[in-house]
Design a protein around this ligand. Structure first.
Ligand code: ROI
Length: 172
């Protein structure tokens, strides 16, 4: 595949239902199968405490999280659609805001683009404050800059790890 018209994209993966480790593995495989797309790197697997809205008092299981770096010829909204299809194929039935999920795939960064579309905001609006995104990202590329937010290494200084645990490589 020619990389001439391909963009580097970071995808956040998260799961706390139905064998989370397996869900992340499956999603990574599915990403590699997307048209015009290849997976360049992944962060390995992390275990994180559930981040919940203040108003959401329900308890939830810990999450497995990872970040993948892909290179894709898909446009942002095409990619979003493909990610939603992967989520559905992996049994994500209904998107309850702040609810537990079998798999969640977020476009974190799409090249250096800043996008405010009704269906997609890039960079991902919460990513600069989430330990389960920033630390895995750092493992892939510690020199990253988050457009509009600053340098990854600086953002991490203000982001406690909240007990985030590295679990090791994702088995393929
Ligand atoms: N909390 C953690 N730790 N990891 C996630 O991927 C995650 N995803 C979510 C909410 C419910 C916000 N909490 C999370 O969608």
């Amino acid at each position: 595949m020619s990389a001439d018209n391909a963009t580097k994209v970071f995808i956040g993966l998260g799961s706390n239902l139905d064998d989370p480790r397996r869900q992340i593995q499956r999603a990574l495989h599915a990403l590699a199968e997307l048209p015009g797309t290849r997976v360049l790197k992944d962060s390995g697997l992390y275990l994180s405490k559930p981040m919940l809205a203040d108003t959401n008092s329900q308890t939830q299981a810990d999450y497995c999280n990872a970040v993948a770096l892909i290179e894709t010829e898909l446009e942002p909204l095409e990619l979003l659609e493909q990610l939603q299809q992967i989520e559905q194929a992996q049994g994500r039935v209904r998107k309850k805001h702040w609810g537990p999920r079998s798999i969640d795939l977020d476009i974190l960064l799409y090249g250096e683009q800043v996008m405010h579309h009704e269906r997609l905001t890039v960079p991902h609006p919460g990513m600069h404050q989430r330990e389960f995104v920033l630390y895995p990202l750092q493992r892939i590329d510690s020199t990253l800059e988050i457009p509009g937010r600053g340098m990854l290494n600086e953002l991490i200084k203000n982001c406690p790890d909240k007990g985030l645990k590295y679990l090791g490589a994702i088995e393929v």
